[in-house]
Design a protein around this ligand. Sequence first.
Ligand code: HPA
Length: 317
Amino acid sequence: METAEGRQPRVAASAVLGPSALSAIVFTPRARLPPSRVGQHLVVAINMFDRVEEAAAAVRARGGALPQIAIVLGSGLGDFADTLLDSVATPYEQLPHWPASKVIGHAGRLVVGSVAGRRIAALAGRVHFYEGHTLDTVVFATRVMARLGVKQVILTNAAGGINTGFAQGALMIIDDHINLLGSNPLVGTNDERFGPRFPDMSEVYSRRLRAIADEAARAKGVAVSHGVYVAVHGPSYETPAEIRAFRTIGADAVGMSTVPEAIAARHMGLEVLGISCITNMAAGVLPQPLDHNEVMETARRVRGSFISLLEGIIEKL
Ligand code: HPA
């Protein structure tokens, strides 16, 4: 990139990169500036790949064995991160470029530690599209996990039950998804270092991992259902007409997360497992309005069995 001085900037961002590149302001050390430019700053572009690599390097620098499996903890599940042994916890704000979630109930930290002899990265808190982040920001953490060497990612979330056979508090293994976000995290210039331009999505949620989740559920005595998750932008909940429409197109549960991360994870070749906690019946299913407090309350109520299921799954991975 040409700077105001007509030279390449000496920062990690050596390449300039399409629409997914964000600008970062770099204050150039006084010693490298001619006297006339002291006090001015240079704007350089740091591409997504370099930002992901810098965050991964910061996680490595925290020490401890690196994770093999990443688990994104949905609403009310943050406590799982406290059950990890030999753990290294890092608040998101201490990791470069890492976006901070502003949603109540999300702690915002990365905890790397052990469960059943496996090294796990637990992500307590995620950012959502409805917070106003771009989708490539939403999938930043997933990309860092992949660059750290994680091979499997477990995505958990709170969702509204569209399938009337579900009860509040049910756990649903995601068999497939429908993306109604109106966008895709891979929009823009494709960086082949992450993955291919047109990645296959015929088995986003690994058949193998779904079978393992079923076995773990049986072993732990936790009831699970299966279904299709539809992702919507939010943050308003859906209308009853939208829920009827989603049921018609084959959705069993609706939520505002998971699909961007699942797409980015597949783009990078990770195996994905998704599990929804049906925290409420979707709009219009029951004759009562939806309430975020109810979502959080249900998530808290089932967290014991959800954590037990996660442990059972990790033991079998
Ligand atoms: N709709 C969308 N997202 C949700 C819901 C819902 O009913 N419940 C929890 N997350």
